[in-house]
Design a protein around this ligand. Structure first.
Ligand code: FAD
Length: 395
C-alpha cells in the first residue's frame, strides 16, 4: 500500500467559486486542501467581468457551501458583491490559497509515471505530488474568437467581451457586438445606455429570451423544477409562456427561434435573460443584424451581403474550456474538450482526479458547483479514511 503522500494536501487548481467551494467542503470534513490560483487574488474571473453584470441566478441559489450571501446584496447580486463574497468566503473558511501559481500539467506520479497519485507541474518549476487533484479552472477559461476571413487585417478596434468593462470609451461611436448570448445582449444594452451612436447586434441563431423573473418567480426556479423533464414537454411549456411574456421581436430582426428552448439549451444555447434587450431592440437603440461573414480592412461583411463600417467590434463569442494542456494527455476529455466525468466520479483511468465547474445546467452553474463541491469532498474524505485504514483500492 502506498503511504508516501499521506500528508500531502488535496491540490485544487483554480481559486474561483468551484475551487473555493470544493476546498471549503473538504476542509469542513477535515481534509487539507491547497488552492492554486494563477492570478493574484481569488475570484479572478469575476474581477474581470464588465461592471454592469449582476448574477442571473438568485442570491440564495448562488451561495456556496457553508456561507450564505448577505441579504444586503439584494436578490440579483452585483459583480462587485460577488467578488466581495468570494474574498469573504476564502477568509471565513480559512482556506489555504496560493496566488500567482499556475498549474501547467497534471501527470501520474511515481518513478515510472504509473501512479499512484498525481504530479502537478506548476509555475516557478514547482512539482507538487498528492493522491488527489481537483481541477476547477473554469468553464469560461479561454476566450474564443472565430477565425473569420480577413479578421487579422481588420483596421478598427476589436476585442473579446472578456476585455469589455464599461461604455464610456464608446460614446458617440458605432459598435458591432457579435453574438447574442447573455453577455452579448447585455453589453449591447450597456453600450446603448452609455451613449454609443449605433449599436448593432450580429445574430447567427435567434435566442430564446426569458424574463429573469415573472411575478416574483425567478426563471432559475423553473429551470430547477424542469431540468429532469423530457425536452419536448419543457419546450412546449416554455413556448407558450414566451408568447405571453415576451413580445414578438420579428419586426425588429429578432424572430422567435424555431427550435424549443430546452432542446436548444441541451445543444449548448443558453436562453437570454432580459435585462433590457427587449426594450432596446423595440426602441431601435440596439439593431439586430445578420451574422458576420468576413472582414476587409475597415469593412465588415455580414451573411446577408450587407457591408458596414463600425468603429469597434466586440466579440461575445464565448469561451473554451482550455483543459487540453493541463489534462488532455490523460484521456479524460470528450470531443468538446469537457471532462468525461463530474462531481464525485473520477475518470476510470485517472483515479483521484476530480472536476468541478464544467457543466452549464439550466438550474444555474453556481448552484451546481456548490452541489458538486460537497459530492467531491464526501468521496475524497471517504477514500482518505479507507486509505489510512488500509481498506481502499488505492485509487
Ligand atoms: C459573464 C458571466 C456571468 C455569469 N453569471 C452567472 C450567474 O448569474 N449564475 C451562475 O450560476 N453562473 C453564472 N456564470 C457561470 C459561472 O457560475 C461562473 O463563470 C463562475 O465564475 C464559475 O466558477 P469557476 O470557479 O468554475 O470558474 P472561474 O470563476 O472562471 O474560476 C477559475 C479560476 O481558476 C483560475 N485558473 C485557471 N486556470 C488555472 C491554472 N492552470 N492554474 C491555476 N489557476 C487557474 C482562474 O484564474 C480563476 O480564478 C456566469 C459566467 C459568466 C462568464
Amino acid at each position: 500500500m502506498d503511504r508516501s503522500d499521506d500528508r500531502a494536501p488535496v491540490y485544487v487548481i483554480g481559486g474561483g467559486p468551484a475551487g473555493l467551494a470544493t476546498a471549503a467542503a473538504l476542509r469542513r470534513r477535515g481534509v487539507r486542501a491547497l488552492v492554486l490560483e494563477k492570478s493574484d487574488a481569488v475570484g479572478a474571473s469575476w474581477r474581470g467581468h464588465y461592471e454592469r453584470l449582476r448574477l442571473h441566478t438568485t442570491r440564495r441559489l448562488s451561495a456556496l457551501p457553508g456561507l450564505a450571501m448577505p441579504r444586503r446584496f439584494g436578490r440579483w447580486v452585483a459583480r462587485d458583491d460577488v467578488v466581495r463574497y468570494l474574498e469573504k468566503y476564502a477568509a471565513y473558511h480559512e482556506l489555504d490559497v496560493v496566488t500567482g501559481v499556475e498549474a501547467h500539467r497534471v501527470e501520474p506520479a511515481g518513478p515510472d509515471g504509473s501512479g499512484p497519485g498525481w504530479l502537478v507541474h506548476a509555475s516557478g518549476g514547482r512539482l507538487l505530488t498528492g493522491r488527489t487533484v481537483v481541477v476547477a479552472t473554469g468553464f469560461n477559461h479561454t476566450p474564443f474568437l472565430p477565425d473569420w476571413p480577413g479578421r487579422d487585417g481588420w483596421t478598427g478596434e476589436l476585442l473579446h467581451a472578456c476585455a469589455y468593462r464599461e461604455p464610456t470609451a464608446y460614446k458617440g461611436r458605432d459598435v458591432l457586438v457579435v453574438g447574442v448570448g447573455n453577455t452579448g445582449a447585455e453589453i449591447a444594452v450597456d453600450l446603448a445606455d452609455g451613449g454609443a451612436a449605433h449599436v448593432r447586434l450580429a445574430v447567427r441563431t435567434p435566442p430564446h429570451i426569458v424574463r429573469r423573473s415573472t411575478a416574483g418567480w425567478p426563471a432559475q426556479r423553473t429551470g430547477i423544477l424542469t431540468r429532469r423533464l423530457p425536452a419536448p414537454l419543457v419546450d412546449r411549456a416554455a413556448g407558450t409562456l414566451a408568447r405571453f411574456a415576451v413580445p414578438d421581436l420579428a419586426p425588429y430582426g429578432l424572430p422567435r427561434p424555431d427550435q424549443g428552448l430546452y432542446t436548444r439549451f441541451r445543444e449548448g444555447a443558453v436562453p437570454v435573460q432580459d435585462v433590457g434587450l427587449i426594450d432596446a431592440v423595440r426602441s431601435g437603440r440596439v439593431r439586430p443584424v445578420a451574422p458576420v461573414a468576413s472582414f476587409d480592412g475597415g469593412i465588415v461583411t455580414l451573411a446577408d451581403g450587407s457591408r458596414i463600417a463600425p468603429d469597434a467590434v466586440i466579440l461575445a463569442t464565448g469561451y473554451r474550456r482550455g483543459l487540453e494542456g493541463l489534462v488532455g494527455h490523460l484521456g479524460v476529455l470528450d470531443s468538446r474538450g469537457r471532462p468525461v466525468v463530474r462531481g464525485a466520479r473520477s475518470p476510470a483511468r485517472a483515479p483521484g482526479l476530480y472536476f468541478n465547474g464544467y457543466t452549464n445546467p439550466i438550474s444555474g452553474m453556481l448552484r451546481e458547483i456548490a452541489l458538486d463541491a460537497e459530492k467531491i469532498a464526501r468521496v475524497v474524505s471517504r477514500r482518505g479514511r479507507q486509505h489510512r485504514n488500509g481498506t481502499g483500492s488505492g485509487g
